[in-house]
Design a protein. Sequence first.
Length: 215
Amino acid sequence: MTAAAGLVVALGAGLVACGSEDTAGKEDGATAYVGADEVCGGLFEGALAKKLETVTGTTEFFDKGDGTDKVVEALTRGYESGHRSAAGGDLCEFSRKGGIPRDAADITFSMYAPQDLEDPSTAPGTQAYTMGKRSEARGAGASIYLACVSPELKGSSTDPLRVYGSFTNKSDAADTPEIRAANLEILHAGALSVVKELGCEGAAGLPETPVLTPK
C-alpha cells in the first residue's frame, strides 16, 4: 500500500469512528440533541422549559414522536370507529442525553371508555386536581381526561370525543407538590395543542393557563 493510500484509509477510519461516537446511544427517529424549548416542536417555552429540565433531570434530549397532526388523526379515526375506547399516539417522546430508550419520557393521547371516569379513587402518591373531567399528577407523571365537542366530529355534540392524555416521566425527580404540579403543567401544554387542533369547543374545557387547584 502506498503512503497516500494509507493516509486515505486512515482518514476514512477516523471519519467512521467520529460518526459512530456522534450517534452512539441515539434512538431511531432522533437525529440530534435538542434543548427543552425545542422538544415537541417547541411546545415548551420560557419557565415551562425550565420545569421540563427539572422534572427530567437534563437539559439535552433526543426528541421524536408522532406530532400533533398524527395524534389528532388517530383520535379522529378512533372516534369515527364507534368503539368505546381506541388507541391514539405519542405526541412526543424524549430521552435524556446518554439515556436508554426504556427511560424515555413521553406524552401520549388516546380515547378513553366512559367507565374510566366512574372510579373516583386515586392511587397512593397521586394528587387529584380540578382541571378537566379528571386530572391527576404524581412524581412520575400526570394524566388528564377531557371531553371534546367539535364541528369536525359528527355526532360529538351529543357524544363527545373522550380524550385521555398522559405524561410519563422515568427520571429520579423527587415526588413533591412542586414536581407533581410541574408534571401536570407539561401535560396541559400538550393537551391544549391537541384539543385546539381537533377544533374542540372551548378547548375541551382547558384554560390557556393551567389551573393547578388540588381536590
